[in-house]
Design a protein around this ligand. Sequence first.
Ligand code: KIV
Length: 276
Amino acid sequence: MEAKLVSELTPKKVRTSTLLEFKQAGRKITCLTSYDALTSGIFDQAGIDVILVGDSAADNVLGYTSTLPVTVDEMIPFGRAVAGSANRALVVVDLPFGSYETGDADALATSIRVMKSTNAAAVKLEGGVRSASQIRAIVEAGIPVMGHIGFTPQSVNTLGGFKVQGRGSDAEALMQDALAVEAAGAFAVVLELVPAELAAEVSRKLSIPTIGIGAGAGTDGQILVWTDFAGVHGGKPRKFVKKYADLNQVLSDAAKEYVADVQAGMFPAKENEFES
Ligand code: KIV
């Protein structure tokens, strides 16, 4: 059988079934986070397949020090803005901490609320074996679910900080988490901070796509937090991040130039003024 052309694998609208086709064809899946209409529109037009309205909005937009405080009420406007400006990408909204752990009914109620109020295509939640029941309940109601295992930021306090998961004898538990997420009906799973060899093994074993962040090149796709990939944060990026732009520098230089222009009476110039 002839391999498909990349153009044939670039549909007008990415759906959960498209991601499965990408995996089966060996076409890597590209994902970024976004929390607003402008970046979402840019990433969508650039050909990003999946845009995640991550609960990383907590630290990247709202200034919290972890993802734990962000609420469903806070996530909904971000989800609506992103879904409203992405025409091709599959938009997934994170279920925040405290909105699904208490049981299947709560998980389903939150998911229904998120889907109705944002127009996103799917939700994401953290946890493998421990969240399988909630994943199944949401999927059975007709809502696609993306899983998230390995380092799960909402459990940062039990995981003892920002640490690689699944090393040594913990590898088997991580594999069981991945299998549980797939068996519960998730359409894809994020593997965060997982040793590359283990992530590749999980990706071979699962039939659903794996999306890695700090999980090496052997996953079916990659995701980065947009403020990391675009260098909005100053300083050296974390090991697993590649900085594709230095927006921190660009914005800082622009702000300094603006200050200097205003103080020197150079802005506004004649061409920025209205005539009477
Ligand atoms: O919230 C988020 O940005 C995420 C990614 C790290 C996958 O869950």
